[in-house]
Design a protein around this ligand. Structure first.
Ligand code: NAI
Ligand code: MG
Length: 333
């Protein structure tokens, strides 16, 4: 029996989460889902974007599923708070094309690994005394760099991939990204069979468009990883298909890359696939690889058939229709 903390959140979060839960419940595994709150609606009810109970529950669970939240200007981001509390330092974002999906590149299959706990998202920001200047700290520690880069090389080994690309801006951010690049080359020495390269982040934004098929695993700091992974999602069919996993030494937190999508919230037309794929990544984390693969194959088959599609995929179907199509495919596997 797996105890899973479930945070639907705001906007389309709860509806895509419902789809992921229904998919997981159709598998031959026992789950105990603990529904917890976070986000804007939670703030309106409780005066906090993330109650202590939610964090406690996540810490007591085998893994956590997170839908999406609407960010409030003056409140701390609950997802960043949760990632930090759980010390899930690696944000793993698969970039994969699916047959049947109209996208810029039909044959991509690579990963972006984003450092999740520091960088420009350290949330150390302040105004000068006259409030005319705002300063944000960009924290890059040797310890965290080592953890994320080591994680990446281990993933490459486990998944029998070939190459790691380190992305930074060490020509300008000489100290912070200097550390990141230095640690990358230091760790790479222990993996002589893995190919390595490094690019400046601006060039990388270009190469993701010009030669995305040359990448295997990309490792980078927090903000760069956030931006590049949305760009990369755009290469393979958009945010509705982009899952992610936040993984640490102890905990795992799985969520789609997208946000609460206020423009389509409440219409039941959101694409649930990113959330269901994230649940699949959770199964990998729980070492339920057989079932994780089944979910991926069911999604591949559903998309390939092109019978059911939400509006972002060019169709007119509802969230629930796509969920049911995936569950039906699962039954046949
Ligand atoms: P967004 O990801 O919510 O939406 C961007 C665009 O993609 C919109 O046009 C939306 O309709 C579309 N989209 C996203 N997910 C989709 C899905 N599953 N199916 C179909 N279309 C989908 O990003 P946006 O609009 O910049 O942010 C909206 C809110 O979400 C903000 O409050 C933002 O701060 C928050 N946000 C939360 C995240 C999280 O919960 N981890 C991540 C990113 C943004
Ligand atoms: Mg983002």
């Amino acid at each position: 029996m797996y105890k899973i903390t479930v945070v639907g959140g705001d906007g389309i979060g709860p509806e895509v989460m419902k789809g992921a839960i229904a998919t997981l419940e159709s598998l031959d595994i026992n789950f105990d889902f603990l529904e917890m709150e976070a986000g804007y609606e939670c703030f309106k009810r409780n005066g906090t974007t993330i109650p202590e109970e939610t964090i406690k529950s996540a810490k007591k669970s085998h893994a956590t599923l997170f839908g999406a939240i609407t960010t409030l200007d003056n409140e701390k981001s609950p997802i960043i708070a949760l990632r930090k509390s759980l010390d899930v330092y690696a944000n793993l974002r698969p970039i994969k094309s699916f047959e049947g999906i109209n996208c810029l590149y039909p044959n991509l299959d690579f990963y972006i690994v984003r450092e999740n706990t520091e960088g420009l998202y350290s949330e150390i920001e302040y105004y000068s005394r006259d409030e005319k200047v705002a300063v944000a700290h960009r924290v890059v520690s040797k310890k965290s760099s080592r953890k994320i880069i080591d994680f990446t090389f281990k993933q490459v080994t486990t998944n029998e991939r070939e190459k790691v690309t380190c992305v930074h801006k060490a020509n300008v951010l000489k100290k912070s990204d200097g550390i990141f690049r230095e640690i990358f080359y230091e760790i790479a020495k222990s993996y002589p069979n893995i190919k390595i390269e490094d690019y400046y982040v601006d060039a990388m934004a270009l190469y993701l468009i010009q030669k995305p098929e040359t990448f295997d695993y990309i490792v980078t700091t927090n903000l760069f990883g956030d931006i590049l992974s949305d760009e990369a999602a755009g290469l393979v069919g958009g945010l509705g298909l982009a899952p992610s996993g936040n993984i640490g030494d102890k905990y795992g937190l799985f969520e789609p890359v997208h946000g609460s999508a206020p423009d389509i919230a409440g219409k039941n037309i959101s694409n649930p696939i990113a959330m269901i794929l994230s649940a699949g990544m959770m199964l990998d984390f729980l070492d339920e690889r057989y079932h994780a693969n089944k979910i991926r194959i069911a999604i591949e088959n559903t998309l390939k058939r092109k019978k059911i599609a939400t509006p972002d995929l060019g169709g007119n179907d509802k969230t629930i229709d796509l969920v049911n199509a995936v569950i039906n495919e699962l039954k046949d596997l």
